[in-house]
Ligand binder design. Structure first.
Ligand SMILES: *[C@@H]1O[C@H](CO)[C@@H](O)[C@H](O)[C@H]1NC(C)=O
Ligand SMILES: *[C@@H]1O[C@H](CO)[C@@H](O)[C@H](O)[C@H]1NC(C)=O
Ligand SMILES: *[C@@H]1O[C@H](CO)[C@@H](O)[C@H](O)[C@H]1NC(C)=O
Ligand SMILES: *[C@@H]1O[C@H](CO)[C@@H](O)[C@H](O)[C@H]1NC(C)=O
Ligand SMILES: *[C@@H]1O[C@H](CO)[C@@H](O)[C@H](O)[C@H]1NC(C)=O
Ligand SMILES: *[C@@H]1O[C@H](CO)[C@@H](O)[C@H](O)[C@H]1NC(C)=O
Ligand SMILES: *[C@@H]1O[C@H](CO)[C@@H](O)[C@H](O)[C@H]1NC(C)=O
Ligand SMILES: *[C@@H]1O[C@H](CO)[C@@H](O)[C@H](O)[C@H]1NC(C)=O
Ligand SMILES: *[C@@H]1O[C@H](CO)[C@@H](O)[C@H](O)[C@H]1NC(C)=O
Ligand SMILES: *[C@@H]1O[C@H](CO)[C@@H](O)[C@H](O)[C@H]1NC(C)=O
Ligand SMILES: *[C@@H]1O[C@H](CO)[C@@H](O)[C@H](O)[C@H]1NC(C)=O
Ligand SMILES: *[C@@H]1O[C@H](CO)[C@@H](O)[C@H](O)[C@H]1NC(C)=O
Length: 686
């Protein structure tokens, strides 16, 4: 049959066509009138790695046609072509299984000449690690061995069971056509074996490429006896589904059998030896399990030997499957509280249980209020804080999950009265959102000064200003913790508490920024007095949310508005008073102030314009002040009835000279005091 196909068809399409048209090359050759034939030297069954020569002969050499060979779809070109026969060399050919097709290719069409299959193989390796086993009750001995590398061809094993002197008792034959590591095991009937006599087993493996003989395996029946295969009769999951107890049985009468368990979680995975502990002769505990997992268990027994603990093991038992149940939380919740002020209502806070500690979901939180007659209140799974009236003196909380309830955690409400540790300087961590808090106890005794049994620390942090509060429980063995989730440019008040069975210590607090930023703006500024060459200024503290860092210093900028346009700047410490006398140039000034943090200087605040007060203005103010004062005194004296008249007379009679005269002794009177004030003030203006 001819296949005429365009040369530009892809090779895949080409092969599909061949397959479709000739179901096999054999079929083609037997039923079709072929154009020629193909031969392989040394043979189509070859030793892997040999050099093969393929000859393709066509009956008729047509002009313009060329013979070519496709090996597994790849084209090989001929080395020689004589008298219508092309020769192809396949050097060091290693493909165990391949098909070859010889084709006659013309400019527009190709024709199949012949084809065939090539089969490569290797001689068998020496059979190794022969193991023969039986149990006390078994009628057979089962022997197996390792065959070594894959031969790719069927291999036969001749197994000779001999007496020790070499006389053959039986010859067994096993065909191995499998690709697996071990050939099918050999079954020897116990009937042919006598006790207390030594035997030898010799295995000869052979295939077309060669043969290989094992070392003799010498044995005595009693050496082959292993414990009976046990049977798992029951699995019971316990200990919050982290462990299971396997009950097993065996027909073995031997005492002191120990057992091993292996397990896998799905069929595809490999077996892993489980952490196990024998409870007694019929029970083993397997630990390290996970909740809500499907397990498959197998076990075996063994006779413990002093040095080689697993030498005489039974076969693995049949599998037993079981699903571990879910696990309820075993740890108490982390709880905390805040008060607005001492004695006020309490806000109770808690954290959800750690996901590793339970399976399923949190359904609710249950709060127990009061000491004896406990009142129980339920909260939804999303709650994490609730207010509680101040009268309640005992509060505890537990989480209810789908698989159980956590132990109750008591909220520490009282003050321990003891000493707590002291926070050290808080160090911003590498990221701009975290701070490392560490603490020391003032003496070496640590918790002993805190009063009560040590429980843990609580680190709490609040934004300043504002009431955004977060907290975290820290183990009593730690002396530092990383506070994360902070925002740059926000001031936090970090407080540390030591919690003991007696209550909560007084806090140790520090202010911190995870990362300082430049202030948002400059402080508001006012000019109090502006003299000719001095100016007295005062400014407000920046609101904390505008500081965005600790203010290190302020910078005052002065600028004259006249033609000289003199500019001056003065730096003032951030912690000093916010009021200042500054020397300045004469004339109208523009004053501005900026604040700086360690991150840099912020935007300056509003510009203030200020003119020095002129001396004339000062004089006018002075005169107005004196006149006002004088009128006030006069009015005051008029009202004082006893002396009013005399004063009036004296003023008239003394005239301007009244100032030099001593006034009558009138004791500690208003008039005397007022006159004394006038006496001291008048020279200033006259
Ligand atoms: C196969 O041919 C190569 C090159 O011609 C040669 O080096 C090699 O020895 C040959 N192998 C065998 C097994 O004859
Ligand atoms: C090729 O054919 C010619 C004549 O038909 C013959 O003389 C020659 O020996 C052949 N060559 C081979 C290598 O068979
Ligand atoms: C290899 O063994 C299989 C199964 O026993 C058999 O079908 C096949 O024909 C054998 N192959 C050879 C080359 O003997
Ligand atoms: C294997 O045993 C058979 C007889 O069962 C025998 O014909 C054959 O020669 C033996 N082969 C080898 C390699 O011993
Ligand atoms: C090997 O031992 C068996 C029995 O012990 C005996 O019958 C046989 O003759 C002995 N063969 C040789 C070669 O000694
Ligand atoms: C293995 O254990 C069995 C008991 O189950 C014992 O009879 C046999 O001798 C032991 N085999 C070896 C090799 O220790
Ligand atoms: C339960 O499991 C935990 C963790 O695996 C273990 O520490 C504890 O001892 C176990 N308890 C019992 C009674 O086995
Ligand atoms: C093994 O222990 C379990 C309980 O721990 C007990 O019920 C059982 O009877 C014991 N079995 C043997 C053989 O001692
Ligand atoms: C404390 O709680 C009670 C009841 O929950 C409420 O009536 C009272 O106003 C609260 N007091 C304060 C100061 O919030
Ligand atoms: C924290 O504890 C470690 C050892 O536990 C110690 O080396 C370190 O000095 C302690 N740091 C402080 C701040 O006390
Ligand atoms: C920081 O928090 C502590 C404890 O709540 C409080 O006593 C202290 O006044 C706070 N400091 C500032 C500056 O807010
Ligand atoms: C400055 O004063 C104005 C008006 O009194 C006020 O709105 C503004 O917040 C103040 N700015 C600063 C930084 O204090």
């Amino acid at each position: 049959m001819r296949i005429n196909a365009a040369m530009n068809l892809s090779s895949t399409l080409w092969r599909i066509l061949i397959v479709l048209l000739c179901f096999s090359i054999k079929l083609c050759s037997s039923q079709m009138n072929l154009l020629g034939f193909l031969t392989v030297k040394p043979a189509k069954l070859f030793l892997i790695g040999s050099n093969l020569t393929v000859y393709c002969h066509t009956n008729k050499c047509e002009k313009g046609f060329k013979l070519s060979l496709e090996v597994n779809g790849e084209t090989v070109t001929s080395s020689k072509e004589i008298n219508c026969t092309a020769i192809f060399n396949l050097i060091n050919f290693r493909t165990p299984s391949s098909s070859v097709i010889c084709m006659l290719k013309g400019p527009d069409s190709s024709k199949i000449v012949d084809g065939g299959d090539l089969k490569g193989g290797l001689p068998p390796d020496k059979p190794e690690n022969i193991i023969c086993e039986t149990t006390r009750s078994s009628d057979n001995i089962i022997c197996s061995w390792e065959k070594g590398q894959k031969t790719h061809v069927n291999t036969t094993y001749n197994i000779s069971l001999n007496r020790e002197n070499g006389t053959r008792i039986e010859l067994y034959q096993i065909q191995d056509d499998k690709q697996r590591g071990r050939p099918n095991p050999l079954t020897i009937s116990r009937a042919v074996i006598e006790e207390n006599i030594k035997y030898q087993l010799i295995i000869t493996a052979y295939n077309p490429f060669g043969e290989s003989q094992s070392d003799p395996f010498i044995f005595c029946l009693k050496d082959l006896v292993i414990p009976e295969t046990p049977r798992i009769v029951n699995i019971e999951f316990g200990n919050n589904s982290q462990a299971a107890v396997l009950r097993w049985e065996t027909s073995d009468s031997s005492e002191h059998l120990r057992s091993d368990v292996w397990l896998r979680t799905d069929k595809a995975s490999s077996w892993t030896v489980a952490e196990g502990a024998d409870l007694n002769e019929s029970q083993i505990r397997v630990s390290g399990l996970r909740p809500l997992t499907d397990y498959e268990f197998q076990m075996r027994t063994y006779m413990p030997h002093n040095n080689t603990p697993r030498s005489n093991c039974s076969k693995w038992s049949a599998s037993v499957r079981g699903r571990s149940p879910g696990k309820g939380p075993s740890q108490q919740l982390h709880v905390w509280r805040t008060f607005v002020s001492p004695g006020s209502n309490v806000t109770v806070l808690w954290k959800p249980p750690s996901p590793e500690d339970y399976s399923g979901v949190v359904q609710q939180y249950k709060m127990f209020l009061g000491n004896e007659q406990k009142q129980e209140v339920l909260y939804g799974p999303a709650s994490s804080s609730v207010p509680v009236p101040a009268e309640i003196k005992a509060i505890s909380i537990s989480a209810i999950t789908s698989y159980g309830t956590s132990p109750q955690a008591d909220v520490p409400l009282k003050h321990s009265g003891g000493f707590g540790p002291v926070l050290r300087k808080l160090a911003p961590a590498d990221s701009s959102s975290a701070v490392l808090a560490s603490w020391t106890w003032t003496d070496d005794k640590h918790w002993s000064t805190s009063g009560g049994e040590p429980l843990h620390y609580v680190v709490q942090w609040t934004t300043v200003p504002g009431a955004e509060m977060k907290w975290q429980r820290v183990s009593k063995d730690q002396n530092n913790t990383l506070i994360t989730g902070l925002r740059a440019g926000v001031r936090y008040n970090v407080s540390l508490y030591a919690v003991t069975s007696r209550g909560v210590s007084a806090p140790s607090s520090r202010l911190v920024y995870s990362k300082e930023q430049k202030p948002v703006s400059g402080p508001n500024l006012s000019v109090l007095v502006h003299e000719a060459r001095r100016v007295h200024i005062q400014w407000d503290e920046l609101p904390v949310d505008q500081q965005r860092g600790f203010i290190t210093h302020y910078t005052v900028y002065l600028q004259t508005l006249d033609s000289s346009n003199t500019k001056l700047s003065v730096t003032v410490s951030g912690s000093g008073p916010r009021i200042l006398w500054l020397d300045c140039p004469e004339g109208t000034l523009a004053v501005q102030l900026s604040a700086s943090t360690s991150a840099g200087e912020g935007q300056p605040g509003k510009r203030i314009f200020s003119q020095p007060e002129s001396p004339a203005v000062v004089l006018v103010i002075g005169i107005v002040f004196v006149i006002t004062l004088f009128l006030a005194i006069v009015a005051n004296l008029m009202c004082w009835s006893c002396v009013r008249k005399r004063i009036k007379q004296k003023c008239i009679s003394w005239g301007p000279a009244w100032l030099d005269e001593n006034l009558p002794k009138l004791g500690n009177s208003n008039a005397i005091r007022l006159l004394k004030v006038m006496n001291s003030l008048l020279p200033l203006f006259v």
